[in-house]
Design a protein around this ligand. Structure first.
Ligand code: SAH
Ligand code: SF4
Ligand code: F3S
Length: 444
């Protein structure tokens, strides 16, 4: 929809799904203020960069983008630039001092203040709001769906994190943990279904600690996800992320017993070594983690499993690294996000431990982890050959316009010849071949 006389806002999002969901809230707040979100930065009046601080290279990417934008601003001096999200919260005023291209700094809990901050910027001054809130969940704001395939959407169900894993900046950039009113979550899911959406992902840094109380009634995460799944049997429900320390039998059974909750769990283990887990303050042991995986496999035998792994955390020995490899092998993950440890300023690890694993050792360990995961993904995919899965079609295949691509319940990408099927269809597909990344099949 073209809004008359509106100004053009281009939003670029880096980092996790929570940031993508936040950008949609920002788009909505800005639309109320007369800004239309546009796909291209080329003729925008205002550029927002929603930033991530999780690792140093995430911040470096954003610094590089700012240098490009600086050149754009030379050609269009009226262009305004705002930094949102975690890097805004972490660096605050310092970022305004260091990057003269930036006009405004807005932390993740201050988006309702954007219209005021814009006024300040329009009057030629710089603006900053990095106040964190204990209550803000943007609960009633209807997000503008950005870059959406109109099939799947994110719903943010909680904000913040108080786990203080020693390596992590998130508790500092996102503040206190708080849950969103379940009624507004269910309403958002209903609204998406009425617009034709087929899949929602419930988002939080640690969804298992979701908790809402009103009129003496307590809603836990398993209850919330069941409520969302009850909105429509045609709606697939996913969630991210669970913390291994408190993924409950209750949740595992709810997933097992509800047809439209997807059989896929992302359970980051970070390290297979108890001494490293302790230094990371992850609050579980290798044995506890293995027990959780066994329980998942018992109730949901076909469950897709994915994880996050950090290579070369402070003090990690070669034996400790081997324990990470052996745990990966024992679980047999379908997919993993794998990172080299990146020391973040002012985190507990930075204050307490030396970042003493040499860069080349970190790289070597990460390569071993990646190579093992590649083999595990291929092994897992090969076991799917001959099976039939229900696939929700999301797009055309990247390789060929003759093929469609979508996911099965286990969150594996499946590619198959289009025939008469369309984006948004549920299609039964028989798997005939695979790579480590993709299942290949035919509609049956
Ligand atoms: N809340 C989620 C993860 C959020 S961050 C959870 O606890 O599982 C996503 C991933 O980034 C983490 O799981 C971790 O593997 C990685 N990560 C976080 N801080 C990091 C750091 N300083 N260096 C390298 N990887 C990091
Ligand atoms: Fe970071 Fe740990 Fe919180 Fe995840 S649970 S966001 S890794 S502090
Ligand atoms: Fe990055 Fe912030 Fe998400 S640091 S990973 S954007 S919560």
């Amino acid at each position: 929809m073209e809004i008359k006389n509106s100004k053009r806002l281009h939003i670029e999002t880096y980092g996790c799904q929570m940031n993508f969901s936040d950008s949609e809230i920002v788009g909505s707040i800005m639309a109320e203020d007369g800004y239309e979100t546009v796909e291209s930065s080329a003729n925008a009046d205002l550029i927002f960069i929603n930033t991530c601080s999780i690792r140093d290279n995430a911040e470096q990417r954003i610094r590089k983008r700012l240098r490009e934008i600086k050149r754009m601003k030379k050609e269009n001096p009226d262009l305004k630039v705002g930094i949102l999200g975690c890097m805004a919260e972490r660096l605050k005023q310092q970022l305004l001092d260091e990057e003269d291209v930036v006009d405004m700094i807005v932390g993740p809990d201050a988006y309702r203040d954007l219209p005021n901050l814009i006024k300040t910027v329009e009057s030629g001054r710089k603006a900053i709001n990095v106040l964190l809130s204990e209550e803000e969940t943007y609960s009633e704001i209807e997000p503008v769906r950005l870059g959406s395939n109109k099939i799947s959407a994110f719903i943010s169900i909680m904000r913040g994190c108080e786990n203080f894993c020693t390596y992590c900046v998130v508790p500092f950039t996102r503040g206190k943990e708080r849950s969103r009113d379940p009624e507004t979550i269910v309403n958002e899911a209903r609204d998406l279904v009425s617009k034709g959406y087929k899949e929602v992902t419930l988002l939080g840094q640690n969804v298992n600690s979701y908790s809402w109380e009103s009129n003496g009634e307590q809603v836990s995460f398993p209850e919330l996800i069941a409520k969302v799944a009850a909105v429509s049997p045609q709606l697939r429900v996913r969630f991210a992320t669970s913390h291994p320390k408190d993924i409950s039998d209750d949740l595992i059974k709810t997933i097992a017993n509800t047809a439209n909750i997807c059989k896929a769990i992302h359970l980051p283990f970070q390290s297979g070594s108890n001494s490293v887990l302790k230094r990371m303050n992850r609050k579980y042991t290798r044995e506890w983690y293995m027990d959780r995986i066994s329980t998942i496999k018992k109730y949901i035998p076909d469950c897709g499993l994915s994880t996050d792994i950090i290579a070369g955390f402070c003090g990690e020995t070669d034996e400790e690294h081997q324990e990470t490899l052996s745990l990966m092998d024992w679980v047999g993950y379908d997919y993993a996000f794998m990172f080299k440890y990146s020391e973040r300023p002012n985190t507990i690890a930075q204050k307490k431990y030396d970042d003493d694993v040499p860069e080349d050792v970190k790289s070597k360990r990460l390569t071993e982890i990646i190579n093992l995961q590649q083999a595990l993904s291929l092994r897992s995919n090969k076991q799917n050959i001959g099976k039939i899965f229900e696939v929700l079609v999301e797009s055309f295949s990247k390789r060929s316009g003759e093929d469609l691509a979508g996911r099965n319940s286990q969150n594996k990408m499946v590619v198959f010849p289009k025939k008469d099927y369309n984006i948004g269809d549920y299609v039964m597909v028989k798997i005939t071949d695979c790579t480590a990344a993709t299942l290949i099949g035919e509609a049956v």
